[in-house]
Ligand binder design. Sequence first.
Ligand code: PMV
Length: 322
Amino acid sequence: MRITTAIACPNIAFIKYWGNRDDLLRLPSNGSISMNLDGLYTQTHVIFDPSLASDELILDGASTQGPALRRVSTFLDLVRERAGLRLHARVESSNNFPMGAGIASSASAFAALALAASTAAGLELNEKDLSRLARRGSGSACRSIPGGFVEWQAGQDDETSFAFSIAPPEHWSLADCIAIVSQEHKPTGSALGQALAYTSLLQAPRLADAPRRLEICRRAILDRDFSAFAEVVELDSNLMHAVMMTSNPPLFYWQPATLQVIQAVIQWRQEGQPLCYTIDAGPNVHVLCLELYARQVKESLEQLPGVEKVLIAMPGGSARLL
Ligand code: PMV
């Protein structure tokens, strides 16, 4: 038995995925667009081992049980079923960035696991089928399989719901300056939050307008049109957070420092700097700008009270085997 190792980057969504048409298959209610984040990664080793009586999970060096292990085991069952394999696996995974704080660690985790586990099981999946498999672990993970700027087409069923690259990483030197305001684990993980999306009155209008926002965002990326991009990215993030805040029970992922960063970004833009913000299911703020301005944006963000540190990530590549 051979250890297989894979790495994958997290991604930041520009047009967000929030809510499923089918929770079991993780078929999303709307398509989404994202960028992989270079320099941040999850590295995962998988070995299917006849001596194991059950699956084992080691996360950042610590043996892990409970819901995290069950989620990984359920995912491994899909791989075992496809490969006709009955062996248990040892999965060892580590991140070089904080988990559960608005940098989608589940995306890189399940993308790396999909690639490492399917390869270790002897399956040779193409990019589309890897993306479909990763989707079953965490929706956004399907977008961390292809490289660069990525679109996940919602699709009709398991076969047609997968992600593909719309432009390679070198297409546009967009920087994501991630203002970390908290490294704590978020109280409601995105999988639970997603299940509440339809309890919000605002989810239906958000979904109805999604094809228009997807088209504007796709076009803005292909044309490298920062001002059209900035407008649609902020609108889409605000719409998702409006749905979260009006769900039952309501979800508030922001902290006071989150709003301070939003207000600073709006003010700096009014003063002429080309930048915009987007926020996932956590308090940290992703401030997007061209690479040219990234250092200056990082310095400005670091001056704000409540910002603990700022990471900069450029467009990243696809998931790969080591
Ligand atoms: O894949 P999940 O279940 O972790 O959901 C990700 C949800 C957001 O990060 C908030 C949006 C997105 O499209 O990545």
